[in-house]
Design a protein around this ligand. Sequence first.
Ligand SMILES: [Zn+2]
Ligand SMILES: [Zn+2]
Length: 251
Amino acid sequence: MRLTILGSGTNVHPLRAASGYLVRTDHTILLDFGPRTLANLLKTGVNRNRITHILFSHYHADHFSDFITYFFDAMIFTKYQGGKRPPLTVIGPRGTKRLFRALFATLPGFTHAPFAVHFKEVADRAFAIGKTTVIPRTVTHTQNLHCLGYRIEYGGKALAYSGDSQYCDSLVRLCGDVDLAVLDCSFPASRPNPVHLHAGQCGQVAREAGVGRLVLSHLYPITDRYNVREQAGEAFGGRIVVAQDLMAIKL
Ligand SMILES: [Zn+2]
Ligand SMILES: [Zn+2]
């Protein structure tokens, strides 16, 4: 399994794209698709038309908005440029079908794509994408919003992605004994925020879950001014990496 970080920042960040992660197993999968991550996807050299599954954690714009650009391009590619691509399955939390139905009904041409598109709402039940196992888990982020973290297992390795999350038991369970956890490290420990983890809590989750390697991501601009690696390291003795766009990690 290979992970490429397409975006390690937030909605508006001068140096980092927002949330997006490319996971390569027996399938080419995207976790979230925030602004500027499509440009980074192009830089990876991966054929964007080979992506078969896009998994959304939630629909705050910093996790979602490049989907529109991506899909419009896929439509033009298949409709006018003779391109072929496999069916696309969009997976996400409660509200996924309603959101995409409204979007597709409103944006010109979106309902006329010449390839199959499927929408799937998931909650806390594992499913398979070929030989890849995906385990979504509801995490706590903002009030009344269904947000998911994802655990991906393939070839004897496990990866967890928190999406956006506060500290919660469900997040610790999602990350249980994974080889690598990518966590929402929006803020430094000294500048906490009620709806996101801070660096110290990322370390706490990693320790409690028995994570192999911790990747700190979803960094707000202010967070880059602090040593979040050191802050997470106060609770967690394992390897800690501060995410950078286009960083590739092999599991
Ligand atoms: Zn969010
Ligand atoms: Zn976010």
